[in-house]
Design a protein around this ligand. Structure first.
Ligand code: FAD
Length: 465
């Protein structure tokens, strides 16, 4: 006897993984429910992540540009002043409009959206704030939450996670940022441009872990030019609240001695951890791994056959577009079609100024794996367009297989790197060679010519260098 369920699919979490999976499955004809405890769908990304951070990055960049670059561009008479309230209100509007867009898409595609706390009650059932719902398949897309330092709780006023750092009510005089990864660098540069003295403390010996080390050194110099101060190979051993100030104790890696650093606000951006609280995974026999992720097979199936998991809550880079691709691939699979995530070609971007973007492997990884590779590089200093728009910091590096010329990785530091990396991602997704990219006609004058030149350099010689 076949069981009947209220829904074909119930998705827990309306972030980029969950809402995209719900939409795609509905477009494929499934009856879909998506549930989130937030009234505003979009998850971390839309509410307290990608979108508000990019809105603040944009505003703070324009302020900084007007303050420091207009005179050189021949624009006089502009004396900008910060209106933080207005800047935050604009950010809220951007978030609000984007979130409304998801609600519209849900209605358009007949996805039922429920607000509530979801708990698994069986392989095909869940409770949503007390109401029981049944579904043939269930997808867990509950995302991740900021990791805290042991013994230091977030109050989101003085000891803040990214969420608090996106909504500070005034510009802190001194901001200490713990962790020089994507979030620390993006939000550190926002508050630096708005007037804070920003010190970024990083346990590792370089910033932007996981990105190209050579371009990374140029990246650090560019951020130092902005005024960010870095304390590398250093860990924070204690944060004490002393009246209105915070006293941080710093210790150089491998040394006994400690030193003090005072700050008014501390942003703890040491990573994010998968979020499964309140799901009651034990009820359906799902265990998490040593770092709290839900193990899945190649089709995102957990150890409970009717339950799947995608996005930040499973292994892989914690990125919105990775979660989305998994959502689409899973929806296709559940609809009886074929889904595929090109894990070898998932881009990563740090949206600072200059931007830092990468796709594929780094030189360090290729060396470690003993892969014979070639390199082609092109600096933006040699690009006419970069000079015209006063954005000569950085360059492009293309890594190819020494035998086949196939592109193995592309690294871009510079203005619009986050947009430029799309071409490299497409090339890698289609398994292109450097020659394929170099043979394509690129509009002149554009920054994209630097990718063509670097690709040319990987198997021949750049023309304009
Ligand atoms: P999430 O977006 O975290 O969504 C999970 C949802 O599940 C949440 O809405 C939560 O309320 C809900 N939920 C959890 N448990 C339950 C429950 N039991 N019942 C009901 N609902 C529940 N990524 C990028 O690719 N580009 C960027 O520029 C970028 N910038 C970022 C900036 C910041 C400051 C932060 C914090 C993150 C950023 N990210 C960025 C990462 C990105 O936000 C995440 O990778 C992405 O949101 C993960 O999507 P997800 O669907 O897996 O989970």
């Amino acid at each position: 006897m076949s069981e009947s369920f209220e829904f074909d699919l119930a998705v827990i979490g309306a972030g980029p993984g969950g809402y995209v999976c719900a939409l795609k499955a509905a477009q494929r004809g499934l009856k879909v429910l998506c549930v989130d405890r937030r009234e505003t769908p979009g998850g971390t990304c839309l509410n307290v992540g990608c979108i508000p951070s990019k809105a603040l990055l944009h505003s703070s960049e324009r302020l900084h540009e007007a303050e420091t670059e207009f005179a050189a561009l021949g624009i006089d008479g502009v004396t900008p002043t910060l209106n933080l309230g207005q800047m935050m209100a604009r950010k809220e509007r951007v978030v609000g409009d984007t979130v409304k867009g998801i609600g519209f898409l849900f209605r358009k595609n007949n996805v039922t959206f429920k607000v509530g706390e979801a708990t698994l009650t069986g392989p095909h059932s869940l409770s949503i704030s007390g109401e029981t719902v049944t579904a043939k398949s269930i997808v867990i897309a509950t995302g991740s939450a900021p990791a805290a330092l042991p013994g230091v709780a977030f109050d989101e006023k003085r000891v803040v996670s990214s969420t608090g750092a996106l909504s500070l009510e005034s510009v802190p005089k001194r901001l200490a940022v713990i962790g020089a990864g994507v979030i620390g660098l993006e939000l550190g540069s926002v508050w630096k441009r708005l007037g804070s003295e920003v010190t970024i403390i990083e346990y590792g010996d370089h910033i932007a872990p996981g990105f190209d080390r050579g371009l990374g050194r140029q990246f650090q110099r560019a951020l130092e030019k902005l005024g960010l101060k870095f304390r590398l190979s250093t860990r924070v051993t204690k944060i004490a609240i002393e009246g209105s100030a915070l006293d941080l104790t710093l210790q150089k890696v491998g040394q006994e001695a400690t030193e003090a650093l005072e700050a008014d606000v501390v942003l703890v951006s040491i990573g994010r951890k998968p979020y499964t609280q309140g799901l009651d995974l034990g009820t359906v026999g799902i265990d998490t791994d040593e770092v709290g992720r839900i193990p899945v097979d190649a089709h995102f199936r957990t150890s409970c056959p009717s339950i799947y998991a995608i996005g930040d809550v499973i292994a892989g880079p914690m990125l919105a577009h990775k979660a989305e691709e998994e959502g689409i691939a899973l929806a296709e699979h559940l609809a009886g079609r074929v889904g595929h995530v090109p894990y070898d070609a998932i881009p990563s971007v740090i949206y600072t100024q200059p931007e830092f973007a990468m796709v594929g492997r780094t030189e360090e990884q290729l060396k470690q794996d003993g892969v014979a590779y070639k390199t082609g590089s092109f600096p933006f200093m040699a690009s006419a367009r970069a000079r015209a728009i006063a954005a000569t910091d950085g360059g492009v590096k293309v890594l190819t297989d020494a035998k086949t010329d196939r592109i193995l990785g592309v690294h871009i530091l510079g203005a619009c790197a986050g947009e430029l990396i799309a071409e490299a991602t497409l090339a890698m997704t289609f398994k292109a060679s450097a020659e394929d990219v170099a043979l394509a006609c690129h509009a002149h004058p554009t920054l994209s010519e630097a990718l063509k030149e670097a690709a040319l350099g990987a198997y021949d010689k750049p023309l304009h260098l």
